[in-house]
Each structure stands twice: as C-alpha cells, then as structure tokens.
Design a protein around this ligand. Sequence first.
Ligand code: IMP
Ligand code: MG
Length: 183
Amino acid sequence: METSDVQADLKHVLYSREQIQQRIAELAADIDKDYEGRELLIVGVLKGAVMVMADLARALHSHVKMDWMAVSSYGSGTQSSGVVRILKDLETDLMGKHVLIVEDIIDSGLTLSWLKTNLLSRGPATVEICTLLRKPAAAKVDLDVKYVGFDIPNEFVVGYGLDFAEKYRNLDFVGTLAPHVYE
Ligand code: IMP
Ligand code: MG
C-alpha cells in the first residue's frame, strides 16, 4: 500500500519508500565492508522486521545466511516489560558465528537487550544489532546498536513492517496515524 491508499488514516509521512531504500542501501554498504571476509548470519525479528530483512538482504553484495526469531514481550499493555518469551526460535546453531540481529524499531530497548544477551549465551563469535528506526527512550538503556537507519521522535509509527493492532504493516513507507484511528 502507498500513501494514497491510507490518506484518511495518516497524520504525516515520516519516511518515504525512496528515503527508506536509500538509507538501507547505505547500511548495507557499511555491513558489507565491516563483515568482509567473514560469514554473516542475519537474524530477523518477526513480524516487524520482515520488510527491513527483505530489503537489507537484497541490498548486500555479500552472501549471508538468514534466520528468524519471534519474541513477545511478556507484560500486559503496550509498554515493553523486558520479560521476553520466545515464540519461534532460530534453526541455526550460533556457535562461532557472526550474528547480526535485524529489527524494525527500538523503543525502550528492553526487547533487544534481552535478545542480545540470549543470543550471546549460545557461543557466537559476535552479536551486533541493526535497526531501521530508534526512539529516544532507547538511549536510556545500555544497548550498543551498531547500525541505525533513523533516530525518530517519540511518536507511534506504522508501516514498512510496523503495525497498529496488526494493521498497516504493508505500507511501503513509515508514517504516523491520525488521532481518530487510535482514540
Ligand atoms: P522495546 O522493547 O520497547 O524496544 O520494544 C520494541 C517493540 O515494540 C518493537 O519491536 C515493536 O514491535 C514495538 N514498537 C515500539 N514502538 C513502536 C511504534 O512506534 N510502532 C509500532 N510498534 C512499535
Ligand atoms: Mg518488532
């Protein structure tokens, strides 16, 4: 879906399809350079990171292996609790591997902080994080994020994998919703 398909639901477009593709190409170039000569496994966090994974993987000029995890924050409500449950685990043995976790957005950073610790306990050579979007709250946790697409204001965003009640994931851009949608 593009902007014209959801015009009435939108407050504004934060990043267009073109801006996202441009930034992902830059991140891919950094990743190609940083992992040159090493075998890389990229791990997508379902479901939000599907679009970023698909576009990032195709923008890379090196071979990568791809695997997926699904996690859910165990708390109630919309705030991340930091207690995470694994809904779908990796199929890959991480021993000695170079791992790059790919995420759509880091808000509090609690989910990724937990996930990074969990993957590190499996004996990989390295674990780094790549996220398309990052909110200011993430700065309050001690989480080293190697690749960040865009630092964004503290607003709820949808599109390009990100949902509101499972809707809007298939927008080809990132935008904020008009208040009438969630009020
Ligand atoms: P964290 O543990 O607070 O960093 O939670 C990150 C997760 O919360 C993301 O993977 C998203 O699923 C969800 N999330 C955080 N902010 C937004 C947003 O603005 N729109 C949609 N989902 C969000
Ligand atoms: Mg997510």
